[in-house]
Design a binder for this molecule. Structure first.
Ligand code: ATP
Length: 431
């Protein structure tokens, strides 16, 4: 691996305005990419993984300058791509090719596959049609379609074959970097692994770098040397893929791994014991660690003395008050069980009665009292005062620890005052 990265993404930001009304007044901002940094080296396969909506595609488009970044820099071979003149930008767009999940978006039904694959050559100035044909036939052969008639049309091909055609099209310009955005997520089982193996072969043969974007950590695990895990516009963990996958630190990474179905059908699927499955609104991101409203490892204040399950029950109760319901009736309707309000709250959120920590017990009782009086906001505030976590107050930085790859989680923050005395199990999810 060479010293200078081929691609260097530095504090990249892309924010979209949310507008309203005829005058398109800006009412909010979606921080789709919110200050991420990573390098891709020559010949390396680098993975960007995260749930749908976390900003992966916007990152790809911003790298290619197809979206104008709101902040930060993209350096390619050491050059800031935002400062490239027209001609250098064309060269850059030859060197970096995009392969998308849906290859058909790049195809025109009226163009044969030879024309489809040749198009970038034509656009980039190869005027000799015979030469173009040679390059196209060579590229189709390399992606395993050498036997096919180059004059047939894309609709005559299967999904996997179309993705091969898209890869051939990306290859003809002899790129240094391929950005593959969900290249196999529309494909099933066998075809998926065939296309991944093909990409791997081509990567090795041409010493290509690949930035592979996927929601599926298993795809990244198979393909990438290094990985960065993205959540709501930020990176939460990064490192060599084997290390991150074997020893995931961030509860979000653990969740992604937990959601990979086991290859052994006799093993039960891992549970992902999240506080909630809901992804927050991208225009209204949580404070502190953005994963905290879902995180089963959320850190209690040092003075809270509760067993883990009871602590999580209290947190889930509070978050449901502050984030979940517009009015008290909606909150009441959401509760399960029978009996008075206190009993229903405790049953719904699995909060023992009484809690072993007298202060938290008093806070829960007072909160239920406020709810009984119809004061939803006051109830939320009361419980927040007693249970607010460091994870809500401070945004953790992505930083290397003495013993591990970089992770943005307060549980790995040595001088964090809110860090509990007892070590919380690093791997929260069963795998
Ligand atoms: N042009 C746009 N205007 C406003 N918001 C946008 C725009 N493009 C993306 N977003 C928002 O930015 C966030 C990140 O979207 P993005 O498509 O980058 O995520 P992703 O991780 O690639 O997900 P997916 O795989 O579903 O595309 C989402 O909340 C999305 O709604």
């Amino acid at each position: 691996m060479s010293e200078e990265p081929l691609l260097s993404v530095r504090n990249l930001e892309k924010h979209f305005p949310v507008t309203e009304g005829l005058l398109r007044r800006q009412v909010d901002t979606v921080r789709a990419v919110d200050g991420i940094s990573f390098d891709v080296h020559r010949g390396e396969a680098f993975g960007l993984v995260g749930e749908s909506g976390c900003g992966k595609s916007t990152t790809a488009l911003s790298i290619l300058q197809l979206e104008e970044p709101s902040g930060g820099e993209v350096l390619f071979e050491g050059e800031n791509v935002a400062e490239l003149g027209k001609r250098d930008l064309r060269r850059y767009r030859r060197q970096v090719q995009l392969v998308l999940q849906d290859p058909e978006s790049a195809f025109n039904d009226r163009m044969s596959i030879a024309e489809t694959v040749a198009e970038p050559l034509r656009v980039h100035g190869m005027t000799d049609s015979e030469r173009r044909r040679e390059v196209v036939e060579d590229a189709l052969g390399r992606v395993g379609l050498g036997e096919e008639d180059p004059d047939s049309f894309p609709h005559e091909f299967s999904g996997g074959e179309k993705q091969r055609i898209a890869i051939a099209r990306a290859l003809v310009l002899n790129p240094d970097l391929i950005i593959a955005d969900e290249p196999v997520s529309a494909l099933d089982g066998r075809t998926k692994s065939d296309v991944l193996s093909l990409l791997k072969e081509l990567q090795t043969e041409f010493d290509l770098s690949v930035l592979l974007i996927s929601h599926d950590i298993d795809v990244v695990r198979q393909f990438c040397d290094r990985v960065a895990v993205m959540y709501l516009g930020s990176l939460v963990e990064s490192g060599p893929t084997a290390e991150v996958v074997e020893n995931p630190h961030h509860p979000y990474t653990q969740m992604l791994l937990g959601s990979v179905p086991s290859l052994d059908p006799t093993e039960s699927h891992a549970s992902t014991d999240l506080l909630t499955d809901e992804l927050p609104d991208a225009a209204d991101l949580p404070s502190g660690c953005q994963f905290h409203p879902r995180c089963p490892a959320i850190i209690p204040p040092a003075e809270v003395d509760l067993p883990r399950e009871a602590w999580l029950g209290v947190v889930a109760f509070r978050l449901s008050l502050t984030d979940g319901y517009g009015d008290i009736d909606a909150f009441r309707r959401s509760l399960s069980g029978t009996g008075d309000l206190d009993a229903r709250v405790r049953e719904t959120f699995d909060i023992p009665s009484p809690l072993p920590d007298a202060d938290i017990e008093a806070a829960v009782t007072a909160t239920v009292g406020a709810l009984d009086e119809g004061d939803l906001a006051g109830a939320g505030d009361r419980l927040t005062a007693a249970t607010e976590s460091v994870c809500e107050r401070h945004t953790p930085e992505l930083q290397e620890t003495e013993t591990s790859h970089p992770v943005a989680c307060h549980r790995y923050d040595d001088d964090e005052p809110g860090k509990p005395e007892t070590e919380i199990q690093a791997n929260t999810f069963a795998r």
